[in-house]
Design a protein around this ligand. Sequence first.
Ligand code: TYM
Length: 300
Amino acid sequence: MDRIFSGIQPTGTPHLGNYLGAIQNWVNLQEKYNSVLYSIMDLHSLTMPKESAVLRQNILDTTAAILACGIDPRKCFLFRQSLMKCTGQNNDGNVGLLTYPVLQAADILLYKSTHVPVGEDQVLHLELAQDIAQHFNKKYGEFFPVPKAILSTTKKIKSLRDPAVKMSKSDPQKLATVNIVDSPEEIVLKFRKAVTDFTSEVTYDPSSRPGVSNLVSIHAAVTGLSIEEVLHQAIGLDTARYKMVVAESVIQKFTPIRNEIKKLQEDKTYLIKVLEAGAEKAKELATPIYQEIRRLVGFQ
Ligand code: TYM
């Protein structure tokens, strides 16, 4: 049986890269598959320690943002990683699980996930999960499906300040990363300052013109048009004017989401309820799998 699993770290509200690389795909996949799990990876976020009050708030903000993007808790299990403890078990091998990619593999395998929609930066992590699944199957018999990555066409959105690197929440350059909750003015400013090159024509060639090509990819992904269609629309525009077209398309996409986030943020009780209900269902799914793993390994 196909099962979708993915997760996001609660680093406040997601950015354009998270949205186009992963969350937009998550929304589509919940319509197509019957078993879908999305998790707020609070344990993973401990690699960059935060004050507990900040982490608590970030978890709720991320949840609000994901729901506002269109994730529907009736169509998937949305839950917090740390709520999903297999209770009643003493966690053998906990030390190993604290290692980031191994923890990530455990997240995926614990539900016998078959597909993992992520951005390109997660592919290596996923390969470890695949290796562990294969290794386990060889030793204990076919048990885990080998999970496959699902990549979006915008699998790597680049920084607006340096198209050689990915857009990232931790980028110290404020103008590099467009956040889902940025105001229209901030979005316009960030695109206006986006680094391109000395050619004014708008073309798509990621290797020789990474800056403008990143804008074209973003434009296509937020409008749902093809690269050819957006290039056609850009005929006659120089890159400076084109940046404003792209900014406008991002504003159009994010304005309703931003409004919905604000609404959801006012209802903490609802957000917590969603996460708890999701954790309950995820636990139900994982517990027999976990017990079977323990039996196969010989812990039980
Ligand atoms: P995180 O929180 O860094 O990112 C969440 C998702 O957004 C994608 N992404 C991007 N996609 C395209 N362009 C970008 N610039 C960009 N930046 C981020 C990421 O690829 C990811 O899909 N380790 C994971 C969280 C995790 C996880 C898991 C994911 C923990 N366990 C199990 C899947 C399955 C992370 O830090 O994602």
